[in-house]
Design a protein. Sequence first.
Lengths: 113, 113
Amino acid sequence: NAGVTQTPKFRILKIGQSMTLQCTQDMNHNYMYWYRQDPGMGLKLIYYSVGAGITDKGEVPNGYNVSRSTTEDFPLRLELAAPSQTSVYFCASRIGPGANVLTFGAGSRLTVL
Amino acid sequence: DQQVKQNSPSLSVQEGRISILNCDYTNSMFDYFLWYKKYPAEGPTFLISISSIKDKNEDGRFTVFLNKSAKHLSLHIVPSQPGDSAVYFCAASGPTSYGKLTFGQGTILTVHP
């Protein structure tokens, strides 16, 4: 039981490049989330999903896209990377309604130069 | 608008003493509060939580206190141990938030042997 797995752990992008951060969970959780953490700041919600085929914006969605074709996977797409997207990205999941605790992945550190 | 605030960026305590971490919130719709602990290069891990119908919750060395009238919660760690050294995040969610958590900025706790 691996929990929430994120890849890659580290990535350096050039301005204008695109990439996808992968997130998969093996706990059969319905709800999944993407957060970003900037230095000295708390985690801010980018996008979330309450089930396959259903996604919605969080607090800071600009510059990102998501999809949820399966229960297990919730990839985060960065289009036209900008230096402001330099951050640590965390994927999280929870079983569903009534369970308030999120389980987080180890994070993906992205640098845009 | 920072709905969850941790005003102390850092806290340093001696091993064996009490650590008190504080958190304030502004959104009166929040009804569930959590503390997460984060080590470097790892994702946040759940520590303890409290529902708004309670004012105290204990789990071993960790106790969370909630003062709804003051919109304030605190985490007490007694006795503190060097392994408790980490970043502690306060988080909150509301009844219709689909489990979305709003995080504070975090407090770096250092416990000296």
